[in-house]
Design a protein around this ligand. Structure first.
Ligand SMILES: [Zn+2]
Length: 272
């Protein structure tokens, strides 16, 4: 089973302290899909491996909320201008549609907090040090954000792009967004994120040194599998057929070759 624990994080963009849930332990007893989506028995851990500030919408892993996070003025401005408004819309939408069942009051609380933050933050985004909000200043802890995992990963992918991360890293976050959509039961959003993940992996593969030599075969397979799951069988076939040319070590990579043949000719949804 997956064990979660409540943690407190401080947003490096707006300095709000907020609560989030993190994974203490998990398992892989739920099997692995042929797009490497590993499943846990019980609660799926994915949505809790990414966190989002309930005031400005900045998102990332726990590490992105430490001193290690480098927040440039441009990144800060993007967060206030693009992620903050999106967060407010999302909280409002989920509140109205009751998608987060029973967490309406938390959504309400964070919405109120955010509404305030966005207006002062957006105006102050080009001046220095203007974003220290009331929440951070008083030491209070903001309510937990109630947006789904896919939206948190999408925001984290944007933050990674603005921070100049490698396409490979952005692709991983988009892939996780797609995986979250599976559990959220949103087929259309799942396809959307699979497409974006495929493009990002393609970009990584086409860049010089974008992907380690020994990883190219498996990522080439993955791009094929993403297109297959989107329903674009022509593109899927092209990528699966490319896999043999990317093998660097015949013995240890035999399984990639086998998987690409299988997914091309008689696809399966699960490994094993
Ligand atoms: Zn923030």
């Amino acid at each position: 089973m997956t064990t979660l624990q409540q943690i407190e994080l401080t947003c490096p963009v707006c300095e709000t302290r907020f609560r989030s849930q993190a994974v203490v332990s998990t398992n892989s007893f739920g099997g692995k899909r042929t797009d490497f989506h590993e499943r846990a028995a019980g609660t799926q851990p994915l949505p809790y491996l990414v966190h989002m500030c309930s005031r400005c919408g900045y998102a990332g892993s726990e590490k992105d909320f430490t001193e290690e996070a480098e927040i440039t003025p441009t990144l800060r401005e993007h967060v206030w201008n693009e992620l903050a408004p999106k967060l407010h819309q999302s909280v409002l939408w989920h509140q109205q549609h009751g998608a987060q069942g029973g967490q309406g009051s938390a959504a309400q609380a964070s919405l109120l907090g955010n509404g305030q933050g966005a207006s002062s933050g957006a105006g102050a985004s080009s001046s220095s040090g203007g974003q220290t909000g009331t929440t951070g200043a008083t030491g209070a802890v903001a309510a937990m954000v109630t947006v789904p995992g896919s939206e948190k990963y999408e925001a984290a992918a944007r933050v990674a792009e603005w921070a100049g991360a490698e396409p490979r890293q952005v692709a991983d976050l988009l892939l996780r967004a797609a995986w979250c959509c599976v559990d959220e039961g949103d087929v259309e959003a799942e396809r959307y994120f699979r497409r974006r993940a495929a493009w990002a992996f393609e970009q990584a593969l086409s860049a010089y040194d974008g992907v380690a030599r020994e990883e190219r075969a498996v990522l080439t397979y993955l791009v094929g599998e993403l297109w297959r799951r989107v329903g674009d069988h022509r593109q899927a076939r092209g990528w699966f057929e490319q896999v043999p040319h990317e093998i660097t070590e015949a013995h240890s990579q035999q399984w990639v070759l086998d998987a690409s043949r299988q997914q091309k000719d008689a696809p399966r949804e699960w490994f094993g």
